[in-house]
Design a protein around this ligand. Structure first.
Ligand SMILES: *Cc1c(COP(=O)(O)O)cnc(C)c1O
Length: 228
């Protein structure tokens, strides 16, 4: 008997059952011990999300190699090298400088790294995330056109932390609209541009209703995080 293991399997089953087949679940395991990830893996989960490069590197090295690791947090350019050899998707590209730095590390590893453009859609002030004009400027730039080792697969965003469901739904609808506009203007013939990463433990049903293709769920699967 292992209560935490059983809880994780049951939580995963419940979250997965609530998602349409078109939506993939990223199990956000940041701050959680390796054993929790192994238990989720045994329950069938293969996609995990982390937000610290070194923690992600250590978990990658210790855990099964068929796990797909997604990076979902703010990425410092000097830490890209730790995840570039294996990361499956970087959700958090918020500048051309960062995208260029990822391209450089991807080239060193002789691979193409799939990335999402992170948008600032919440009402809260934060340094992170592009607005729509910034994203267009990035995609129209000669510097972007020169990159050969990154691929933009879609968009990502985080809604405001609030109980106001109408506001959250409105923010998700805006991100979905950004996705559709960028698809039409820059990726009309690119099948890989298909991801809308939105929705966390407290708001993923609203995100799914607004057209999410990737939900990033942590505490609903692994329990609350304790920061010390
Ligand atoms: C931590 C985190 C999540 C998961 O948060 P929960 O509320 O625990 O589901 C999702 N996305 C990002 C970017 C995060 O940092």
């Amino acid at each position: 008997m292992n209560a935490v293991k059983d809880d994780i399997a049951e939580n995963l089953r419940r979250v997965a059952a609530s998602l349409p087949e078109t939506v993939r679940l990223v199990a956000v395991s940041k701050t959680k011990p390796m054993a929790y990830i192994e238990w989720a893996y045994e329950a069938g989960q293969r996609v995990f999300g982390e937000n610290k490069a070194l923690e992600l590197r250590d978990k990658y090295q210790a855990l099964p190699k068929d796990i797909q690791w997604h990076f979902i947090g703010h990425l410092q350019t000097n830490k890209i090298k730790y995840i570039a050899p294996f990361v499956s998707l970087i959700h958090s590209i918020d500048s051309l400088d960062l995208l260029e730095a990822v391209d450089k590390q991807a080239q060193k590893n002789k691979r193409v790294i799939p990335c999402l453009l992170q948008f600032h859609i919440a009402a809260e002030e934060t340094k992170f995330g592009l607005d729509f004009a910034e994203a267009e400027a990035l995609l129209q730039s000669a510097r972007y056109a020169a990159l050969q080792h990154v691929r933009i697969d879609g968009v990502m965003g985080m809604a405001t932390f609030t109980d106001d469901a109408a506001q959250v739904s409105g923010e998700f609808a805006r991100l979905k609209q950004y996705f559709e506009l960028l698809k039409a203007r820059y990726f009309a013939t690119a099948d890989h541009f298909k991801e809308v990463s939105m929705g966390m433990s407290d708001d993923y049903p609203l995100a799914v209703a607004a057209g999410s293709t990737l939900v990033r769920v942590g505490s609903k699967i692994f329990g609350p995080r304790v920061y010390v």
